[in-house]
Structures are given as structure tokens and as C-alpha cells.
Design a protein around this ligand. Sequence first.
Ligand code: HPA
Length: 280
Amino acid sequence: MLGVIGGSGLYEVDGVEVLEEVEVKTPWGEPSDKYILTQIEGKKVVFLPRHGRGHKFPPHLINFRANLWGFRKLGVNKILSVSAVGGINPLLKAGDFVLSNQFLDFTKSRQSTFYEGIYSKFDEEDTKNDLVNQYLKDKRVVHIDVSEPFCPQLQKSLQNTLGKLGYNYLSNATYAATEGPRLETAAEIKALSTLGADIVGMTLVPEIVLARELAMHFVSLSVVTNLAAGISKDRLTSDEVIEMMKQRNEDLKEVILDFAKNLPDTYSCECEKVLEGAAI
Ligand code: HPA
């Protein structure tokens, strides 16, 4: 089943039938909000607003572990993560769509693993007999491979959707994840650019890492809401971020709907195997 993490409002769309809203409890605490269970052409899709409805949680205080575990409990094994980012690559302008295939992690204070060795928690309500539960139960230490953190098949699918609908996008981008909630200095953006970052945002990490720890397929669709600090001539504001996400909302809905309808049936990527041999 597909899970979509994004801004609120994305599920209020023609063609999306809302079945119910569910609250999920996890040993890692509360997810950002209730999950919205929907049906798109007979396929179930679960939505979650990353920051909670009303944007309650700043990026560094989002309970990413609870969010991802909640998806797992509902049967989600593929994630489409929608986010706002600043543009660093000179080819980018505000409003552009970007698909990443790498990340650089500059976050500082986040819980970025489920596998905490002797401190590991276990969800008694989750009866799946898989490596995730085995590793948690056995209190193993796990180092997952993130050489290619994004699902190549979902990336291809998303590219097909964007191409078919006539949208321009930059693909194979590197997303630099910063801690926030402050924006970056011009010097930080210059440094990130030198390191190869195309875009900058505050939410991809640890979201993608935790999804991968649960052996899920993960793809990210970013909207450039502003040019990053020092590239933009103007002071950056949250107003422009919100305004640009609003402007692209209808397009995002169109993309999500088409993507959800055309998910691959089978997967030959490594995403589901990433836990094999990963524990000590
Ligand atoms: N920096 C970090 N995160 C962001 C930005 C930015 O410029 N724009 C939207 N999210």
C-alpha cells in the first residue's frame, strides 16, 4: 500500500474517496496526526500531514519514528514524500519540481533509528513475522546500507507521471538536510553547493532512513519554494514558502493521483532486502 507524506489538504481532491481517519499508537510516541485512509481507483492510499494539521510541529520536533511506524502498522510499504525545499542548483527557480536520488545529512538532534540495541523497543500489537520485528525483539544493532537510499523503481514511476502530465522537473538531485528551524546562512549554502547539493530542506532525514529501516520503498517529490539563502537577493520568508506550496497544490494533487494509479506491480530493487545481513 502507498503512503503519502505531505502538507495538509492534499487528500481533499476529486477522485480521492476518504474512507476513514485513524489514530495510531506506537511505542515511539504519537504520529504527527491521524492517518487519512483513502481509495483511489480501488487502490488504498494513506495520507499523513508531516507537520500535523495546522502545522503543529517544527521540523526538528517531528516524531518521524512514530510517523513511519504508524504507516507500517496500517500496511504501507511504499512512501511518496512531498516537501518544500530551497533551490541551490543555478538551474532551479521557484516553483520547480525536483526528484532526489541522494542526500547529505546535516541534521543534529533527531532520533534516526528504530534499532537501539539493548534500548530497543518492540510493538506488541505488531505481529508481522519479519526481520524488523526480529531485530527489535532480539535488541540487535543495525547498520542499513544507504548507498542508493531512494527506490529506483518509484523514481522511474514518478518521472513517468511527471513527463506524461507535461511537468518539467530536475531529477537525480542531491538533497541537503539541515536541522532548522532557522534557515541557512549564505556561507552554509555556498558550502552545500560546493559539496554537490542541489536543494536544501529540513525534513527528508531521518524520514527516508527510517522508512528504509522498515524495508519500505521511498521516493521524494520536492517543490522549490524559494532560492536558497544568498542565492536569493531577498530576505527569505515562510510566507513565500507557503504561498508557493499553495500555488503548486493542484499540480501536486494531479501528480499524486496519477502516481498512485500507476504504481509498479512488482519490484526488483533492493529496498525490501536492505535488512538482510544488516544486523550485528
Ligand atoms: N532551506 C531549508 N528548508 C527549506 C527552504 C530553505 O531555503 N525552503 C523550504 N524549505
